[in-house]
Design a protein around this ligand. Structure first.
Ligand code: RB5
Length: 142
């Protein structure tokens, strides 16, 4: 499981982040929102970096990143050696990202995903454990 969930987005991911944040509030799920806090344009690498630093300090935490497509912000986060960010567009990808890849960060595209699917992906990501076993040595090689 996980200890803490960090959320971070650029302006293009802001609205979906707000929806996920609302879901966390409604379900008493503890989170920390690292911004951004409006639709004012910002640069996604800055927000990927913020979240990556938090996860380095709290190794049992997880993160969810949002930008327009999820592509740029996942690329930026994966520059950090301790980050395994998975850009997911389906529940199946979220499940496999945890079971096989031990992803510690989920990346979502605010301009790509409908709210309902995004929330299903988030739930799957948070409730699925790493299967370890044969996957461990592969993840270690990353
Ligand atoms: C911002 O316009 C957009 O380029 C960004 O959110 C993201 O989609 C990049 O990958």
């Amino acid at each position: 499981m996980f200890n803490k969930i960090f959320l971070s987005s650029d302006h293009a991911g802001f609205e979906l982040k707000e929806k996920v944040r609302g879901f966390f509030i409604d379900n008493n799920i503890e989170y920390e929102d690292l911004g951004c806090s409006s639709l004012e344009p910002v640069d996604y690498p800055d927000f990927a970096k913020l979240l990556s630093k938090k996860i380095k300090d709290k190794t049992d935490s997880k993160g969810i990143l949002f930008c327009g497509t999820g592509i740029g912000i996942s690329m930026a986060a994966n520059r950090f050696p301790h980050i395994r960010a998975a850009l997911c567009t389906s529940v199946e990808m979220a499940s496999k990202s945890r079971k096989h890849n031990d992803a510690n960060v989920l990346a979502l595209g605010g301009r790509i995903l409908e709210e309902k699917l995004a929330l299903e992906i988030v739930k799957e990501f948070l409730q699925t454990d790493f299967e370890a076993g044969r996957h461990s040595s592969r993840v270690d090689k990353i």
